[in-house]
Write a protein that binds this ligand. Structure first.
Ligand code: FAD
Ligand code: NAD
Length: 470
């Protein structure tokens, strides 16, 4: 039986980054993955493939809707979905192969198979196909559970994965839906809804709450709703879905709410994107004494240790945002803790990004949270319509909103929507990491003309110093 310092179950951005860091720190490490490719949800069926098709369709959208504004006539434009998907598959292969390289480089042993606990220090690895291949037993001083999450559904919806689908199937469609019905106006619904709306599908989003992306600062949902409606997506907010049924190639959705009390929609595909559930199936956690919380997540303390010392858990399978960078930050945290270091993760400063067009991002407290806390705060904002760079790029939809402590001017939250926001939010995270004030940002030189200047202007506005460009 081979003994390791660290055994990691799951090779997503939580597991593989933990493995890299363990390798760097000189720990004898192995990673177990049940699928043939490494990289988990994010690289195989999540972040990377979705961004690949978002990029392709964004180019198509620009070519069909914005080129004329720039004085470019492009005739006979045609989007070829199978070719877009083939490019996406090539991108996925490249990033997954990259993880294999990283494991080799950092001397991490890779085992393919389903891992399950035998006891608190022993894990069994069985062939994924359940076949007659050899089972292996491994022991380790430390075991990191990084088994991620799977799509959730509603109790009355059967996901047949052909017409009633999850994000995984939506990222691999070979034909363009005529009418894609989406249950859930969160991140997946809006990103994948955008992909198909840009290609010409009719897209209807049915959302339970009264806003889209409801967990982000409310301003962002309002602005994004306006933009997406202009792009042709239809929204049914405050609607409770009661049935989704398939007959042949037709899917029928029924929901309660709205002016007519009952909504009926008929389409050829229905994407169910109502969140994801932590995945611990088949792990046999009971054999190790690892407990779950009331939401089925692996219970952890503030050090990400489970109810059993020496067994840790990170990423989507534990509490907190289901984001790749959060999983990776936790992977580094646990690896460094095992190596005797004193790491830190600041959960308040984990940014959230939605890759629609315009892009949306937020970090820190939302205005709603500050109100709830009874905090006295100031709001500074700057519209993209006043940005020289946005005007030059003909991308003027959007704004930056900065929330500061009314007494100290410290930045408490930054919420943005607009072109290239996914990258600009990193500046806000950096400033907030050092507990910077809005006035500090006003003192930093920002290249002109850039979209990032909008963040500086919003900070000047929050600090009560007149905006320089408005
Ligand atoms: P996962 O990535 O889910 O990896 C877990 C791995 O564990 C899987 O490979 C699984 O096969 C393996 N495993 C499970 N059980 C066992 C077992 N018993 N034995 C062996 N292996 C096992 N996040 C972002 O930050 N940005 C984005 O743009 C983004 N886009 C997304 C788009 C989509 C469509 C989806 C679905 C998700 C997206 N996410 C995004 C979320 C992101 O993918 C997850 O937060 C992230 O993958 C979580 O990482 P993880 O390591 O915790 O788990
Ligand atoms: P989500 O939590 O973002 O959105 C789910 C939406 O479904 C919410 O708006 C919710 O109100 C709605 N909903 C819930 N029950 C409903 C019902 N019965 N009827 C109608 N609407 C209902 O979840 P998701 O979009 O499925 O994404 C899952 C996870 O994947 C998220 O946690 C997200 O962080 C992650 N992800 C991140 C990115 C990114 O970072 N860009 C992209 C995709 C996915």
């Amino acid at each position: 039986m081979t003994t390791y310092d660290v055994l990691i179950i799951g090779s997503g951005p939580g597991g593989y980054i933990a493995a890299v860091r363990c390798g760097q720190l000189g720990l004898k490490t192995a990673i177990i993955e049940k699928y043939p490719t490494l990289g988990g949800t994010c690289l195989n069926v999540g972040c990377i493939p979705s961004k690949a098709v978002l990029e392709s369709t964004e180019l198509y959208q620009k070519a069909t809707h914005q080129f004329t504004e720039h004085g470019i006539d492009a005739d006979n434009l045609r989007a070829d979905l199978p070719r877009m998907m083939a490019r996406k598959d090539r991108v996925v292969k490249k990033v997954c192969d990259g993880v294999v390289f990283l494991m080799k480089k950092n001397k991490v042993d890779v085992l393919h198979g389903v891992a399950s606990f035998v006891d608190a220090t022993t894990v069994q690895v069985e062939p994924s196909d359940g076949g007659s291949g050899e089972k292996q037993l491994l022991t380790a001083k430390n075991i990191i559970i990084a088994t991620g999450s799977k799509p959730s559904t509603l109790p009355f919806i059967t996901l047949d994965k052909e017409r009633i689908i999850t994000s995984t199937e939506a990222l691999a469609l070979r034909e363009l839906p005529q009418h894609l019905i989406i249950v859930g106006g969160g991140v997946i619904g809006l990103e994948l809804g955008s992909v198909y709306a840009r290609l010409g599908s009719k897209v209807s989003v049915v959302e339970y709450t009264d806003a889209i992306i409801p967990t982000m600062d409310r301003t962002l949902g309002k602005e994004l709703l306006r933009s997406l409606k202009k792009q042709g997506l239809e929204f049914y907010l405050s609607h409770k879905v009661t049935a989704v049924e398939r007959t042949g190639d037709t899917v029928k959705l029924t929901a309660q709410g709205g002016p007519s009390a009952e909504l009926q929609l008929e389409g050829d595909y229905c994407l169910v994107s109502v969140g994801r559930r932590p995945y611990t199936d088949g792990l046999n956690l009971a054999a190790a004494g690892v407990e779950l919380d009331e939401k089925g997540r692996v219970k952890v303390n503030e050090d990400l240790q489970t109810t059993v010392p020496g067994i840790w858990a990170i990423g989507d399978v534990v509490r907190g945002a289901m984001l790749a960078h959060k999983a990776s930050d936790e992977g580094v945290y646990v690896a460094e803790l095992i190596a005797g270091q004193a790491p830190e993760v600041n959960y308040l400063l984990i940014p959230g990004v939605v890759y629609t067009w315009p892009e949306v991002a937020g970090v820190g407290y939302t205005e709603e949270q500050l109100k709830e806390q009874g905090k006295t705060y100031k709001v500074g904002s700057f519209p993209y319509s006043a940005s020289g760079r946005a005007l030059a790029g003909a991308d003027t939809e959007g704004l930056v909103k900065v929330l500061t402590d009314a007494q100290t001017d410290e930045i408490l939250g930054v919420h943005m929507i607009g072109a290239r926001i996914a990258d600009i939010i990193a500046e806000a995270v950096g400033i907030m990491h050092f507990r910077g004030a809005a006035e500090d940002v006003g003192l930093i030189s920002h290249a002109h003309p850039t979209y990032a200047e909008a963040f500086k202007e919003a900070c000047l506005n929050a600090a009560g110093i007149g905006a320089l460009n408005m």
